[in-house]
Design a protein around this ligand. Structure first.
Ligand code: URP
Ligand code: ZN
Ligand code: ZN
Length: 459
């Protein structure tokens, strides 16, 4: 069965035009004006609507043992929530702890996804220790199609690596031609500041930000960039949250360091006063790096529009209120994370494009195309072109609504963006030509998604 999407306004990272899109066997096979309608073809009238390439979330957590609990998601729930919001591919962080075996962890993470996702997915492999067997295991993992690593400079003794381990990881990444993504905060400083705050009775969520201030993130970003410069590896800072860290990253880029920057949707829209609320209201908004002083929002939007920030992801990491309350006696025990896979695209469109902070092409680039290029998915994913997968978002720009826990697909009992008005949403979402979402409802096939193997990029 084929599909013809007629009369839509196609918007990619670098073009905008009215045309029909013809899809056969999962792939776009023709784009043109007034394409003929073959027999037995499903025709969709996209008049008045944008047609975007399927959006890509390059940083999500789905299966995640973390902070004495597990992120509250499965590939089924997360992928469906993502699809409702137009995300047709995601890259999950495969995160065994320092105590776990990397290869076994990789198999476990893959098994959780296998057959359970409604959209396509890939992985970043976290390197949480670098022992004698690590290099061989990572070679096998890269050969299996997971061609990017993740390191944490924070979360001491759990996910966090020492500088020597970062060095070894970057050397290997350079040799294998893979990119290294990094959570950049100084683990030692975080741990010392946490102890001091708790020791002086400052135990509530309002102290989370003070335990990981902007300077701690700037130091991590600078150190990561310095290690990249001295190993020749290519890096990607995840969830960059603030002006001082952005300065470190942009200075490094200007000096020739091969570095990409990701920020995540909460850091553009939410600020630290939310986490400063008492009790569980504050805990809902605890993530790391923390929500920052609101003065950073403008800097991040400007960085996005100036091309200093390459991608907008979510760092989707859901914990429900009962899990957040694990930190009732100490902010250091609040599971870190804010979910967002369902809302990222609509928020970026409504609060970025509709306000004129970014244009439509920047929107497509930072939410889809750039991630596809950086992580080796392009041009199968991340654009609308003959030969690309038919991952398409037909976007209803006339929709008006509000984000609410009451209507969300996300498997959680709160939404950090509750009440935010949105000025558009996906009307139809296809994954490789199959309609998965129609008018805000999941209508598709739950196990349709496939693992997307990726090759080293040798930047
Ligand atoms: O708070 C966060 N970001 N939780 C998920 C783990 C991580 O650091 O990405
Ligand atoms: Zn992180
Ligand atoms: Zn993360």
């Amino acid at each position: 069965m084929s599909m013809l999407i007629k009369n839509g306004e196609i918007v990619t990272g670098d073009s905008r035009f009215f045309a029909d899109i013809f899809v056969e066997n999962e792939t776009i096979t023709a784009i043109g004006i007034d394409l003929p309608i073959p027999a037995d073809c499903e025709v969709i009238d996209a008049s008045g609507k944008f047609v975007f390439p399927g959006f890509i979330d390059p940083h999500v957590h789905i299966y995640l043992p973390f902070m004495s609990t597990f992120a509250k998601d499965t590939h089924e729930t997360a992928s469906i929530a993502g699809l409702i919001g137009g995300t047709t591919s995601y890259i999950e962080m495969c995160c065994p702890s320092r105590l776990d075996d990397a290869w076994e962890g990789y198999q476990l993470w893959k098994s959780k996804a296998d057959g359970n996702s409604a959209s396509d997915y890939s992985f970043h492999m976290a390197v949480t220790k670098f022992g004698p067997e690590t290099a061989n295991q990572l070679r096998k993992i890269v050969n299996d199609g997971t061609a990017s690593f993740k390191i944490f400079l924070s979360y001491k003794n759990f996910f966090g690596v020492e500088d020597g381990e970062m060095y070894e990881t970057l050397r290997l990444a350079k040799e294998l031609g893979v990119i290294v993504t990094a959570h950049c905060e100084n683990a030692e400083l975080v741990s010392r500041l946490q102890s001091e705050l708790i020791g002086s009775g400052k135990t509530g969520p309002e102290w989370h930000e003070a335990s990981r201030p902007e300077s701690v993130e700037a130091e991590g970003t600078h150190r990561f960039a310095t290690f990249l410069a001295n190993t020749g590896a290519t890096g990607y800072v995840v969830h960059l949250s603030c002006e001082p860290a952005l300065k470190m990253a942009t200075d490094a880029k200007a000096n020739g360091t091969k570095l990409f920057v990701e920020s995540v949707i909460p850091h553009f829209l939410l600020d630290k006063t939310l986490a400063e609320q008492k009790g569980v209201e504050g805990m809902k908004h605890v993530m790391s790096p923390p929500l920052r002083d609101a003065r950073n929002h403008e800097r991040l939007w400007n960085g996005l529009s100036a091309g200093q920030i390459d991608t907008v992801a979510t760092d989707h990491c859901p914990f429900d209120l009962s899990q957040k309350l694990l930190g009732a006696d100490s902010f250091t025990q609040i599971p870190n994370g804010i979910p967002g896979i369902e809302d990222r695209v609509n928020l970026l469109y409504s609060r970025g494009v509709c306000t004129g902070k970014i244009d439509l092409h920047q929107f497509v680039n930072v939410a889809s195309t750039n991630a596809a290029k950086i992580f080796g998915l392009f041009p199968k994913k991340g654009t609308i072109a003959v030969g690309s997968d038919a991952d398409l978002v037909i976007y209803d720009r006339d929709y008006r609504g509000k984000i609410s826990v009451k209507t969300q697909y996300t498997n959680n009992d709160y939404n950090a963006f509750e009440g935010t008005e949105i000025y558009g949403r996906p009307w139809i979402v296809t994954v490789r030509g199959k309609i998965q979402v129609h008018n805000g409802s999941f209508v598709g096939e739950k196990g349709l998604g496939r693992f997307i193997p990726r090759k080293p990029q040798y930047f």
